[in-house]
Design a protein around this ligand. Sequence first.
Ligand SMILES: [Cu+2]
Length: 489
Amino acid sequence: MSACRIEQPTPAPNGAVQQTETGGSAKGDFGPPVGEPVEAILTSPPHVPPPTGRSHPAKVIVTLDVIEKEMPISEGVTYTFWTFGGTVPGSFIRVRQGDTVEFHLRNMPDSKMPHNIDLHGVTGPGGGAASSFTAPGHVSRFSFKALNAGLFVYHCATAPVGMHIANGMYGLILVEPPEGMPKVDREFYVMQGDFYTSGKYREKGHQNFDMEKAIDEHPTYVLFNGMEGALTGDKALTAKTGEKVRLYVGNGGPNLVSSFHVIGEIFDKVWYEGGTRFQENVQTTLIPSGGAAMMEFHMEVPGSYVLVDHSIFRAFNKGALAILKAEGKENKSIYSGKEVDAMYLGDQAAGTNRAPVAAAAAAHAAGTLTKDEQIAAGKVLFAGTCSTCHQPDGKGMEGVFPPLAASSFIKANPKRVPEIITHGLVGPVTVNGKDYNSNMPPMSQLTDDEVANIATYVLNSWGNPGGQVSKAEAAAARAAKPANASAGH
Ligand SMILES: [Cu+2]
């Protein structure tokens, strides 16, 4: 096998494109394993195992543990995940085309469910599923020869399959071409998944799987690496300017297709669908459920680059957002502008401390929530939700967004604040002697806790009359028929 297999089709002299072929699985058997068996190095996301560095086929032993465990899915929200290797996505597996993989699947004794594994890189019925059905406390073993090079998804295929995948049972296996992957400075492992919880997005406390929502394909969360914020703040991916970065991106689904995009970067190369050929100069690449892609880019300008599913409500309202932070010298000849700021990232911006939100949720659960805790949480939430329009200091924007600071409107009827948050406000209003006739969209995505905390913060800030809004009052405001805009006067 020569290195030319990953080169692009080159135009033939007559101008027609000549397709070079790798020969697929028929050419992927390089004979029996050579030398002693090797233990595969498995890594947790976002890490990728080192290249195999081998030039001969080997017997590779993979031992993967199935662990059912409770982990955070968002700040102050927990979920019982079913995992391959204790993480979502599961451990990254890296082998070389022609390797014989001896797979050991161990289901931990404290598991409640049987599980198995279907690797899309396996040639054979079920991709390993039938041979790997494993009851709690048991181990199963099967072998396969990795005949096709590429980046492949693996997942649990135990009934109900959708539920096992929705609970986080997927990961990636890279089958390197014989000559290995081209050298880069950094490799990262990112995998998208959609999640279905009984409560709303960011509803605090433990959340159960919601089968109805899953069947309807209405996810509560769409996430990279299994948790909102798994790759933001101090857990952001990092690189330096001048470096070449490769992402191995999978989509576990179970339902959604990903429009994968990095804000502020252009993919120099995309090995679309995780296959052998690459496309160049790509903005957004489609990653099907149960599919994967590799992409490469060169870091020129320092700053934060935002990985999103460009089906953009998923990024800003369901969690599908990660950060790659590049450090290095400014390069004003390439980009003169400023860093992506809180306007774009909201409460995902580096330095935003969401701890007060979790603290308030915990206090609410314990029945000890104080007004000060609500104000502290409300301040964080205000910054992520309201400050874009009303400004961080509540002063609004002349003629466009009315002030919340020392607002005559709020003073006239403080009780309307939670109602305005959940239902929005349309039509003429007069605030502090100035007229506005605009449209505030409903912030119905917020949970009742969040509405209560924001309202309490607004009422106790910037010279407003004070007071406290409870979760029950927020729920009542949501349920109430919205009054018309001028009712406060
Ligand atoms: Cu399973």
